[in-house]
Design a protein around this ligand. Structure first.
Ligand code: KG4
Ligand code: ZN
Length: 353
């Protein structure tokens, strides 16, 4: 089975071809990603209208390039998958319509993929993780802890009540005068910093739910920065290190609580603890979770960096997971700015998902 995957929900335009091997493993035949970071950098964040236009300009070329690299003609695909949300709706519609167009032209089944589900299932493409597992999804747009029980079967154990973790990194960077995207810049600055210099809060630590709140931490960084202004490079490094240490402590505590909720709700331990999303690139976070999981006796799985951030291979793989269960969508499948993975949760904590 060979599936084309298309991703345009945020600021990466991506197209990939993934093959399901007879042994059940996934194989990435082509994975084309075009980042729009340079177009958004002057604004310090993603501008929806610029994103949508940039997707339109490049999507057909990227699809052709992915098919070419994979050596697969469109007529030989077994299906076409496109992310249908959640995300910036102008961009979502670009990829969704392109995917429907290819599927219609070639007479192939179409799958409308939930972008969050694609992140959540990536660990099965890269590490063949068995259900059920616990995942922390942490990117610029979403932050949630999920029990992944099966394809299309998720329990949300916790989510952010305000900013996403990546957003907190980006806003912290902006207020300290560091470039966009903020995550890598804050991480680099933190390397030379003293994480103990500023006593920043650890919001919600110890609470019995697995939710997050990052906006107070961001404000605390601003107040700390104002207290030592004008900032010298050493101050910025110490602020970054202190902020990152607070985030790492919060994530570890929320995952510890998430594991308790997981065992209570699912009645079993997870097969693994998985991270995904751009924030999963953070080495301090990965190190802390590697240590935490070793102590908890659980495998820790972090997909390779290029598959943690937005990409087409994860959409193609989610398409494969759904297609092999017979889950096909009509060409009337809508684009969705909001599309929670766990509709039963009844809560809409994170306004981006
Ligand atoms: O998954 P992603 O590429 O795009 C979406 O937001 O969907 O994630 C991007 C986010 C940005 O907020 C970025 O600052 C953050 O991930 N990020 C990081 C690091 N690399 C990227 N955050 C912390 N440390 C990093 N090394
Ligand atoms: Zn994403």
């Amino acid at each position: 089975m060979r599936v084309l995957g298309i991703e345009t929900t945020c600021d990466e335009t991506a197209a990939a071809v993934v093959r399901l091997r007879p042994d059940g493993a996934g194989e990435i035949l082509a994975d084309e990603v075009m980042s729009q970071i340079a177009a958004h950098a002057p604004f310090g964040g993603v501008v929806p209208e610029i994103a949508a236009r940039a997707h339109v300009e490049i999507i057909d070329l990227l699809i052709a390039r992915a098919l070419g690299r994979a050596g697969v003609a469109a007529k030989d695909l077994d299906g076409v998958a496109a992310a249908a949300g959640p995300g910036l709706i102008g961009g979502v519609l670009v990829g969704l319509m392109a995917g429907k167009g290819v599927a219609l032209a070639c007479g192939k089944p179409f799958v409308a993929v939930n972008h969050l589900e694609a992140h959540a299932l990536t660990a099965r493409l890269t590490a063949n993780v068995a259900f059920p597992y616990l995942i922390l999804l942490a990117s610029g747009g979403h932050t949630q802890i999920l029990a992944v029980k099966g394809v299309g079967d998720y329990d949300r154990l916790g989510a952010t009540m305000d900013d996403a973790i990546g957003e907190a990194f980006d806003k912290t960077a902006k207020l300290l005068g560091l470039p966009f995207p903020g995550g890598p810049a804050v991480e680099a600055a933190a390397r030379d910093g003293d994480p103990a210099r500023f006593a920043l809060p650890r919001p919600l630590i110890g609470r019995p739910n697995a939710d997050f709140s990052l906006s107070g931490l961001k404000t605390a960084v601003r107040l700390a920065a104002e207290s030592v202004a004008p900032l010298r490079p050493g101050d910025v490094a110490d602020l970054c290190a202190s902020f990152q240490a607070a985030v790492v402590d919060v994530v570890e505590d929320r995952i510890r609580t998430g594991l308790k909720l997981f065992r209570r709700r699912i009645g079993a331990s997870p097969q693994a603890v998985v991270v995904a999303g751009g924030v999963a690139a953070n080495a301090a976070l990965r190190d802390a979770l590697t240590r935490f999981c070793a102590e908890a006796g659980l495998p820790f799985v972090a997909p390779p960096q290029q598959l943690c951030t937005d990409n087409g291979a994860m959409i193609a793989w989610a398409g494969i997971e759904r297609l092999r269960l017979g889950m096909i969508d009509g060409l009337d499948a809508p684009g969705r700015p909001r599309w929670p993975l766990d509709p039963k949760s009844g809560r809409t904590l994170n306004n981006k998902a």
